[in-house]
Design a protein around this ligand. Structure first.
Ligand code: DON
Length: 340
């Protein structure tokens, strides 16, 4: 009897220890979060690889040395280092959030059928992708799918379409946001490639509004100004199953969050998405303005801002910092990553 009691006790202790270890891995302490953010900032702030985007002329003028790293937890706590206040253009990081608007308004099935969810494995502005895939199905995180997404928003005027897109992204950030007019003008004046994409989509019946209207609303969406904390809060909303931690507003049904994260995991880095999942193991989205947001489902989001990009259009310091944080905290979805 004594022996049975003693072994049960030993098993309980072992289980307790395992649970404590699991809980620690599952929820890093505030000190751990601040330390890892500080360490990531210190480790990569002097990296000089990459180059600002210049195909949108004004982006080349953003100071390249700015670097911000923020973690926002699903209950809205912020851990930060570096540049937090600079307002930069959201660019492609906006794309999953407008995809979320379509899912919320019209259901996940509509997004899948009318735009697609297949990673193209091609650059973000590829026209070839539209020719390659059956029914011109791409995904809402490349330019074609994102232009189609704004055209799909239910609206009876361009103004209403734009208000809905801006309102949704503001709700994700938890505060009212605005367009950076200089960025919008610079991008719209040079938007020949995206205009081509919008017209091609229209030709194939895969654009759901007037092409030039969709192009204008999409370009405005990409020109919305955010800071690194806004971006982290947007990601934290997805980590919190679709509810903004700051405002308590639900922006996406909890059951649709996994699908959206799956698209981010497979297409968030365009033709570098495999490389990203291999080395970081987190659903994430990048933008040519220098922002990246990665989501650790059910826990927190990591956001970075640093303008110099690699060849695929992804922020060099940002990728390094997020990979480092994911590795240090062991939060990669498939287990701890060993590659930086
Ligand atoms: O449409 C464009 O080309 C830009 N507004 C957005 C591209 C972008 O951010 C690609 N991301 N890395």
């Amino acid at each position: 009897m004594k022996l049975i009691l003693r072994s049960s006790f030993t098993v309980l202790i072992a289980l307790g220890t395992l649970c404590a270890q699991w809980a620690q891995a599952a929820s890093p302490s505030p000190d751990q979060l601040q330390q890892v953010v500080d360490a990531a900032y210190a480790r990569f702030k002097d990296v000089t690889d990459g180059k600002n985007a210049d195909y949108i002329p004004i982006l080349a003028t953003v100071p390249s040395d700015m670097f911000g790293v923020v973690i926002a937890t699903k209950d809205g706590k912020i851990y930060s280092a570096g540049e937090l206040d600079y307002v930069f253009s959201i660019q492609s990081v906006s794309k999953p959030f407008t995809a979320s608007l379509i899912m919320h308004e019209q259901g996940a099935k509509t997004l899948r059928e009318k735009i697609g969810v297949e990673p193209t494995g091609l650059p973000f502005n590829s026209k070839l992708a539209l020719e390659l895939y059956p029914e011109r199905s791409v995904n809402p995180l490349v330019n074609a799918g994102a232009i189609a997404a704004v055209s799909l928003v239910e609206a009876s005027s361009e103004e209403e379409r734009w208000r809905k897109v801006l309102g949704n992204i503001s709700d994700y950030a938890g505060r009212p946001l605005n367009v950076l007019e200089e960025v919008y003008n610079s991008e719209y004046e040079s938007a020949w490639s995206n205009r081509g994409i919008a017209n091609l989509l229209y030709n194939y019946g895969r654009l759901y509004s007037d092409p030039e209207e969709a192009l204008r609303v999409y370009t405005k969406q990409c020109s919305i100004g955010i800071n690194t904390v806004d971006l982290a809060m947007m990601g934290a909303t997805l980590a919190n199953s679709g509810v903004n931690p700051k405002t308590g507003k639900r922006l996406l049904d909890a059951e649709d969050v996994p699908e959206l994260l799956a698209i981010m995991a497979t297409a968030g880095f365009y033709d570098e998405s495999g490389e990203w999942m291999y080395s970081a193991g987190l659903p994430a989205k990048t933008g040519v303005g220098g922002g990246i947001v990665a989501v650790v489902p059910g826990k927190f989001a990591i956001a970075t801002f640093s303008p110099p990009l690699n060849e695929a259009g992804n922020s060099v310091r940002g990728m390094k910092a997020i990979r480092y944080i994911a590795g240090e905290l062991g939060v990669g979805l498939y287990g701890p990553n060993h590659e930086e």
